[in-house]
Write a protein that binds this ligand. Structure first.
Ligand SMILES: Nc1ncnc2c1ncn2[C@@H]1O[C@H](COP(=O)(O)OP(=O)(O)OP(=O)(O)O)[C@@H](O)[C@H]1O
Length: 290
């Protein structure tokens, strides 16, 4: 594996599910650098989960009603050259949208440990990773709990932590905070930032755009299976593929907290819209009434 190559390089990725009228992914191209947090946003059905399933090898290895073409390289090595899912998961960890699908053990501690044991990781290293996962994802109080009795947000944190324990160089997170409150969401995203600073590459699909604006290094906006816009959060969120306008105030506040918004803060929705227009240098008058 070439560690100086992009973590992921995707060209012409196209997927059509059997019987579907249109492509779920349509000539998608992406390059993701090592240690980068790439946020993926887009409306429901845009193809975000399908993209993560291709990057993790679930398509084609585990999903037989999807026809896929295009190239995916992981650290310079074509994904097709890996010996199936088991080898891919050594480098790429996927957290699926529904945590239930990934929880297979009765007790949280077993859930975190079993994957490491299956890989033959030595016990002291298992214990080190378990401590780290417990700290990073704040799950110390959950270790002896039954997995089926956890809340949705607790399940999400346990699943992210168990994928982290396998130490993948690339983590793909499909709406990892959908059931978490704002504090829980920040906790998970802060942990993701720490991992990225240590060189882990993270692709996160997220509907909470304010979170992506703050944590992601780059954003990709998808629609109808295509990449509609890509760039820094500011470029994408200020551009024509941006979300509904009232969110701009929220985004501006969160960006300011982190020192990324230097203009006047918009104090009302009309002021936000005006500020938005000024920053994009484009009137978009047809979208003012949304
Ligand atoms: N297993 C499947 N079989 C058939 N069609 C599918 C399958 N999975 C997804 N699709 C279709 O592919 C398209 C893209 O779906 P996908 O789940 O990738 O979108 P998404 O952007 O992740 O949506 P959401 O935000 O709702 O999770 C949709 O039209 C969806 O109905």
């Amino acid at each position: 594996m070439n560690m100086t190559a992009p973590a992921l390089a995707v060209t012409g990725l196209t997927v059509r599910y059997e019987g579907a009228e249109r492509r779920a992914l349509d000539e998608v191209g992406l390059v993701v650098a090592p240690g980068e947090i790439l946020g993926i946003l887009g409306p429901t059905g845009a193809g975000k989960s399908t993209l993560l399933q291709c990057l993790s090898g679930v398509i084609p290895h585990h999903e037989d009603n999807a026809a896929m073409r295009g190239d995916i390289e992981v650290f310079g090595r074509p994904l097709g050259d890996f010996a199936g899912l088991s080898e891919i998961t050594e480098t790429v960890g996927l957290v699926m949208q529904d945590p239930e699908v990934q929880l297979v053990n009765t007790v949280v501690r077993e859930e975190l440990v079993w994957g490491m044991e299956n890989r033959g990781i030595p016990v002291p290293e298992i214990e080190r990773r378990l401590r780290r996962a417990t700290d990073l994802f704040d799950i110390g109080g959950l270790l002896d709990r039954f997995t089926h009795a956890l809340s949705g947000g607790e399940k999400q944190r346990v699943v992210v932590a168990s994928v982290f324990c396998l130490s993948p160089r690339i983590m793909l997170l499909d709406e990892p905070t959908s059931e978490l409150d704002p504090a829980g969401t920040e906790g998970v995203m802060d942990a993701v930032r720490v991992l990225a600073d240590e060189g882990v590459t993270v692709i996160v699909v997220e509907h909470k755009i304010e979170e992506l604006a703050v944590y992601a290094d780059r954003l990709v906006a998808m629609r109808d299976g295509r990449v509609e816009a890509a760039g820094t959060p500011r470029e994408v969120l200020m551009g024509p593929a941006a979300p509904d306008r009232p969110q701009v105030l929220d985004i501006a506040l969160r960006l300011r907290e982190r020192g990324h918004w230097d203009a006047e803060l918009p104090l009302s929705v009309p002021a936000a819209v005006a500020g938005w227009q000024a920053m994009t240098h484009a009137p978009h008058s047809d979208r003012n009434h949304s």
